[in-house]
Design a protein around this ligand. Structure first.
Ligand code: CTP
Length: 421
């Protein structure tokens, strides 16, 4: 985050679930990245983690009810002045109160007075999450523009497992940062303009096995693809993320298919693309693979000679899905990292690549001045097959992701329903 400008004001609500302790980690992420955080626990949350912990970690006094510091009218002021309200964990009870506008403590009052984006990260037992009352409350909240993150699946309190775990604090932080980044735009909280759509995003770099311990690979971190998946989920899409060899937390509410090689990536993308309204190929698939894989470890020769490795070309997935469109009307997006050469500028080469691949949009990174790989920021031009060119100034991968989705949304066929009740 940039140090310029006022620190974003975040209200971190914590309701009474065992996952309250994980909100300490989330709080640290916010404060360490320059956010001004006020923690508002519920009385039940304080049964799990006490006020001194929140006060020490946030550097501010903490209260659960509206009768502390009444002269400052905290029950109204906190919500009015916040740039973002995040509740983690959000219990079934908190969701119900928020959906029905109840306000019997400081957190629920803050939720009623907030005019900024609101992110709720539910955590509860599977039965509670799947109860029709909770389903209806979540639908109500989402219809009002509240971003309710899908809970994760896994170990719950006690021995049981299922859907209802609080997503990783790192993931909640990324979602919150994404929302904060967008709230400076004209549509606070952002549009749910991908609701009812299925989108596929590929991310990361594929590995081609040479022998049981070696592979040919590349330096793609997968960050841009993950930012795209997270942004699409925040805009209401059903997202399939095909991830090749990334060391990142799975985005919440996204179906993640982990793959290793270009062949596996191709299979996963093709199968998901059959029902997709958009496919974004942000992955860096290896263009070549060894013609033969050794079943045993390739040994050094005593005479100092090195083995020759013969390579063969991998299929070009982007070209294949653009040429044989299984889902007519789907918008297909490619990426290109270009340096320009004697035959043309970065944009000349990119336009030629767009035509060669046959996709609808090509996101072009000029990498002549240094690497984009692994960094958290990006700078690009989004070229359209219709001749359009959108310059994206230097900014976060999340900001670029949203601009790419803006371009995709503008090209989606209106046939399938955009908004469902
Ligand atoms: N891509 C793909 N399948 C491959 C290689 C690349 O689908 N086997 C996709 C990438 O995900 C990216 C786009 O194609 O969206 C651009 O890839 P790039 O490697 O830059 O294109 P190439 O055609 O390989 O061009 P160049 O000769 O410049 O490497």
């Amino acid at each position: 985050m940039s140090s310029a400008g006022p620190r974003p004001r975040v209200v971190l609500g914590v309701s009474g679930g065992i996952a309250a302790y994980k909100a300490c980690e989330l709080l640290r992420r916010f404060t360490e990245s320059g956010h001004d955080v006020t923690v508002v626990p519920t009385a039940a949350a304080l049964e799990f983690v006490g006020a001194p912990t929140w006060a020490a970690l946030s550097g501010k006094p903490v209260s659960a009810e509206v009768w502390t510091g009444v002269h400052e009218v905290p029950h109204v002021r906190l919500g009015q002045t916040a740039d973002l309200v995040v509740v983690a964990p959000a219990t079934a009870d908190l969701l119900a109160k928020a959906a029905h506008g109840l306000a019997d403590d400081l957190l629920t009052n803050t939720l009623l007075t907030a005019r900024c984006p609101v992110v709720l990260a539910p955590a509860m037992h599977t039965e509670m999450w799947e109860h029709p009352a909770t389903t209806a409350n979540v639908a109500t909240l989402r219809s009002r523009g509240v971003l309710v993150i899908e809970p994760a699946e896994g170990r719950l309190t006690g021995a049981d497992t299922g859907k209802g775990r609080l997503p990783d604090p790192e993931e909640i932080f990324e979602v919150a940062r994404d929302v904060l980044g967008r709230s400076t735009s004209a549509t606070p909280g952002g549009p749910a303009d991908l609701a009812g759509r299925h989108v596929v995003v590929s991310a990361g770099g594929t590995r081609e096995r040479l022998d049981p311990v070696r592979f040919l690979g590349n330096r793609s971190s997968g960050r841009q693809g993950y930012a795209l998946a997270r942004a699409a989920a925040a805009r209401g899409a059903e997202v399939t993320l095909v991830a090749a060899n990334v060391a990142l937390t799975d985005p919440a509410g996204v179906k993640v298919v982990h793959v290793e090689s270009t062949a596996e990536l191709r299979d996963a993308v093709l199968s998901a693309a059959a029902t997709a309204d958009a496919v974004v190929m942000a992955a860096a698939p290896a263009d070549f693979r060894p013609t033969a894989q050794s079943e045993t470890k390739i040994k050094k020769a005593d005479d100092g000679s090195a083995p020759s490795i013969t390579l063969q070309q991998n299929p070009d997935i982007l070209k294949e899905i653009s040429t044989h469109r299984v889902h007519p009307g789907a918008v297909i997006v490619g990426f290109a990292a270009e340096t320009g050469d004697a035959t043309g500028s970065v944009l000349d080469l990119a336009r030629a690549k767009l035509a060669r691949k046959g996709c609808d949009l090509l996101v072009v990174n000029d990498v002549s001045g240094g690497a984009v790989f692994g960094s958290t920021d990006n700078e690009a031009v989004i070229l359209g097959a219709d001749g359009s060119a959108v310059d994206v100034p230097h900014g976060s991968k999340s900001a670029l992701a949203h601009l790419i989705w803006d371009q995709v949304v503008a090209r989606l066929a209106p046939s399938s329903p955009q908004y469902t009740s």
